[in-house]
Design a protein around this ligand. Structure first.
Ligand code: TXA
Ligand code: MG
Length: 330
């Protein structure tokens, strides 16, 4: 299959909408990461998403919408809490899990009776979704298990020849995926942390939320069980920011014959060793994280990342780093 590269103009936007309505897969930008879009009302199109990504069938997809009315079309029940999130926060980098209507096929929800819904804040995502004029399922537009793509070139790297088109928009500003908030039960649960923090949600809801982080937990989001965000080379993660410890670890790898790289807050502290800045603050770290991993895996054969920020947002970044490093914390 030839993958068309589409631009952000009226003709190509209209074409991308037409492709989606005709059951094709189109990758598009959002503020978090690029998504792989399919018509949520077309079962065959949705199923082809799993094949294109190599995604396990028991990991459900998020349905993307551009207006609030579409939420009521796919959710069977919108609780008071959900109304508060919808009215006070959306559009934003948050996904809410609500009881689903029958119109949402089980192949989207992996057989669950709930559906995950997201209204992206990015203007380009919203232009695309409004050109589609149908709800659009969209996982991150990467091969399953790889770091999520934050530029259209990274989408092409993974999915060229496997999807109909890539809508070539801006680089993603947030850089990590949306917060997933389950509002289908009594207690609000954060299933996946993101740039919208539990504190922000608690303030809007006026009640405590539970953050579910144990990958073995039954109530967890199915997606967090899988291998995730893995670079092609081994990776280790340090949470202390201790220069001496990192230097010793790096030198040990060199002795074993590796050509490692340090992905750290202050590269200048490591002299002539290979060292790259992970970002000057949490927002920068998140924005560059997946791109950093993809650049470094192509130049070095071992990544040693260090991240010691302890803010609320840092928890979301740590969640990705720990998975990328396959839990190899030093
Ligand atoms: O920022 C994002 O959310 C991006 C962009 C493209 O919008 N999308 C994204 O999709 O990250 P994906 O497929 O990579 O992650 C979807 C997550 C998975 O962890 C999945 O298990 C969870 O959402 N999910 C989907 N439906 C669910 C449901 N009904 N109940 C619980 N978790 C659900
Ligand atoms: Mg993903």
């Amino acid at each position: 299959m030839k993958t068309q590269l589409l631009q952000f103009n009226d003709t190509d936007l209209a074409l991308s909408g037409e492709l989606i309505r005709n059951g094709k897969l189109v990758a598009f930008p959002t503020e978090t990461v690029y998504g792989l879009g399919a018509n949520a009302l077309d079962v065959a199109a949705v199923k082809s998403t799993y094949a294109a990504k190599g995604r396990p069938g028991d990991n459900p997809l998020i349905v993307h919408v551009y207006c609030k009315q579409q939420i009521y079309d796919i959710a069977a029940e919108v609780s008071m809490a959900a109304e508060k999130i919808i009215d006070n926060l959306m559009p934003a980098s948050i996904t809410v899990v609500l009881p689903k209507r029958n119109i949402v096929d089980g192949c989207i929800t992996a057989g669950l009776d709930t559906v995950a819904i997201r209204m992206p804040s990015s203007a380009q995502a919203r232009e695309f979704l409004s050109a589609c004029n149908v709800p659009v399922t969209a996982p991150s537009a990467n091969i399953s298990g790889r770091p999520s793509p934050t530029t259209w070139r990274r989408v092409k790297e993974d999915l060229d020849g496997r999807i109909s088109a890539i809508l070539c928009g801006d680089a993603c500003k947030v850089g990590i995926e949306s917060t997933v908030l389950d509002l289908s039960g009594g207690t609000p649960l954060v299933l996946r942390p993101g740039v919208v923090t539990p504190n922000q949600i608690e303030e809007i809801l006026g009640m405590p939320v539970t953050v579910v982080t144990d990958p073995k937990s039954k109530v967890n989001s199915p997606g967090v069980r899988y291998k995730h965000y893995a670079p092609k080379v081994p990776m280790a993660l340090d949470l202390s920011g201790d220069t001496q410890k990192l230097t010793a670890y790096y030198d040990g790898l060199v002795k074993q014959g590796y050509n490692p790289v340090l992905l750290v807050e202050r590269p200048e502290k490591f002299g002539s060793r290979n060292a790259v800045c992970i970002g000057g603050n949490d927002y920068e770290v998140a924005q560059r994280l997946f791109e950093n991993l993809r650049v470094l895996e192509s130049r070095y054969d071992y990544i040693v990342a260090s991240f010691s920020s302890t803010t609320a947002y840092a928890q979301s970044i740590l969640n990705r780093l720990i998975r990328s490093a396959a839990n190899n914390i030093i």
